[in-house]
Design a protein around this ligand. Structure first.
Ligand SMILES: Nc1ncnc2c1ncn2[C@@H]1O[C@H](COP(=O)(O)OP(=O)(O)OP(=O)(O)O)[C@@H](O)[C@H]1O
Length: 313
């Protein structure tokens, strides 16, 4: 059974449909990446899931509990890391995490242990008495995460947790997403950074204009693009014989000759090829100057589905 289930969920603002009949199942143990440009409906979707926003139609359930009918059961299972920081500047890091722990009903030794655990997990233990006003943007985000995970939720929802932060904190956050998942939490993660989503998600949903326009694991999405991997080969000079021979290789499905003694090869699915190509180049006395492989990515899939770039928004 799905751990998170959206069934024909709708949210409208005035006449505009921000979420348009969304049906989506997320299994327990997944790191689910929700990708889409600004305004796609990602935040609206997860705010409805977390019970912060009422849907105008359809149903959402978490672990079998209907979000509208059993909000407390759902909230107990969810840790939401919001896009806007939800921490108190005048509390220390430790006081912030403890504050959220009390909201979740934790007291005494259990509270103390969980605070320790959450600070340690987010790498903030040595800054526990510092106040967020003196923290970097990345440290504030990590504190935001500590507050959201301290009750060990089964489902962690992160809304663009790495926007505008330094690379070190970004890596720390991505690493903690993986670690939380290994510890058993299901993760839903929104982003418009496709590299990030590609790197950490087990499955990806792509939203645009309130609709889910693609869904699958990386391999399924790659097949959706219908695009091949490309190999770009630059040599010191050109040879027609070498080109003819490479063109006949069973894995080479297309070949384009580019400027500067460069070939662009489209590669079909199975089988080895690199050894053979290098052998052909050597046989015809060509020296290899540069070799790069380009994989189709989520950006190209989005472009193909919508005719727009993800980054354009
Ligand atoms: N409170 C609101 N009132 C009116 N329109 C809203 C409101 N909240 C969101 N919208 C609209 O709903 C649509 C989806 O917005 P949403 O914030 O869910 O997108 P998003 O994919 O999360 O984008 P971002 O990456 O910018 O957070 C947008 O067109 C937005 O303008």
């Amino acid at each position: 059974m799905a751990f998170v289930q959206f069934e024909e969920v709708v949210k409208t603002y005035g006449t505009a449909m921000s979420v348009n009949h969304l049906t989506l199942s997320i299994r327990e143990g997944e790191v689910f990446g929700l990708l889409g440009p600004n305004g796609a409906g990602k935040s609206t979707t997860i705010h409805m899931l977390a019970g912060l926003l009422k849907s105008d139609g359809g149903t959402i359930s978490v672990d079998g509990y209907n979000v509208a009918k059993r909000p407390l059961e759902v909230k107990r299972r969810i840790g939401l890391v919001p896009q806007e920081l939800a921490i108190y500047e005048h509390f220390t890091a430790r006081e912030n995490v403890a504050f959220f722990g009390r909201l979740y009903g934790l007291r005494g030794r259990e509270l103390k242990e969980r605070v320790e655990e959450a600070l340690d997990f987010t790498g903030l233990l040595s800054h526990d008495n510092g106040r967020p006003s003196a923290f970097s943007g990345g440290m504030k985000r990590r504190l935001n995460i500590a507050c959201a995970i301290m009750h060990r939720p089964k489902l962690i929802i992160m809304d663009e947790p790495t926007v505008g932060i330094d690379p070190q904190s970004r890596n720390h956050i991505l690493e903690s997403v993986r670690a939380l998942n290994r510890l058993g939490s299901t993760i839903i993660y929104t982003s418009h950074y496709m590299e990030e989503v590609e790197a950490i998600s087990t499955r990806v949903g792509i939203m645009d204009g309130g609709r889910l326009i693609a869904l699958g694991d990386k391999e399924e999405l790659r097949r959706l693009t219908g695009q091949e991997s490309k190999l770009i080969v630059q040599t010191d000079h050109s040879s027609e014989e070498a080109v003819a021979e490479i063109r006949r290789h069973p894995r080479v499905s297309s070949l384009r000759e580019l400027e500067g003694h460069t070939l662009e090869l489209g590669l079909s699915e199975a089988g080895t090829y690199l050894q053979d190509i290098l052998f052909i180049l050597g046989k015809h006395g060509l020296a290899l100057l540069k070799l790069t492989r380009e994989e189709p990515n989520l950006e190209s899939l989005f472009l193909q589905l919508t005719g727009r770039s993800l980054r354009d928004g």
